[in-house]
Design a protein around this ligand. Sequence first.
Ligand SMILES: Nc1nc2c(ncn2[C@@H]2O[C@H](COP(=O)(O)OP(=O)(O)OP(=O)(O)O)[C@@H](O)[C@H]2O)c(=O)[nH]1
Ligand SMILES: [Zn+2]
Length: 227
Amino acid sequence: MDNPVPVASAADGAHRSAVDTQLPADLRTPLRPDAFHLSDDEKITAIAGHFHEIMLLLGLDLTDDSLSGTPRRVAKMYVQEWFKGLDPKHRPDVRLFENRYHYRNILVERDITVFSCCEHHFVPIIGKAHVAYLPGEHVVGLSKLNRVVQYFARRPQVQERLTRQIAEELKTTLGTEDVAVLIEADHLCVMSRGVNDTNSSTITAEYSGAFGRDETLRQEFLRMLGK
Ligand SMILES: Nc1nc2c(ncn2[C@@H]2O[C@H](COP(=O)(O)OP(=O)(O)OP(=O)(O)O)[C@@H](O)[C@H]2O)c(=O)[nH]1
Ligand SMILES: [Zn+2]
């Protein structure tokens, strides 16, 4: 089957498109310059064709009524769900409110569901994120913290980049350096294949601003999480 995706030369050095420009270059998800030349519908049709080929190569009978719809199901899942966060049109619009109540203490949004995908094996990463910040002149609508986590989770990821992307985005959108992000996650690539270890999990943390400088504040964050 022909590759329907326009191919840009990797030698031209333009490995990244104009996505994630709010993040430092080393934190941007590696994307091709033509990442959004195709519409979502065009991507779904092309990916379904490729997945059809994969299933045929595995020896599956695509005329079976249970299997025949799978290529399109998988393609829709990739474009519309698992990798939705690749597209900057889904970047959350984070609304801030004036901090009229002068709340200056730590605010923690805990147990935010993380559903991501290991970029090495394309299997799920499932866990929780806990984010915190110190409000200044503004406070953020709480659900926007969850939305920022979900936006960056819904990409092929490694947990370290995910953690730092969330922290950087929160710093930018909340207008403060005083941000903490902690993620605890299970990697299906570790659990279901390779070392087949269903007990281990991965914890990552990013402490910025006052959270980086102030051990007592970090302890307060961890205490609020019950750690
Ligand atoms: N640092 C980091 N590594 C990850 C993450 N998710 C998966 N990995 C690891 O990526 C590595 C890829 O290593 P390779 O040796 O190329 O792949 P592999 O042969 O499938 O490795 P095994 O899983 O050990 O069988 C593995 O050790 C995975 O556990 C992540 O979020 N962060
Ligand atoms: Zn993996």
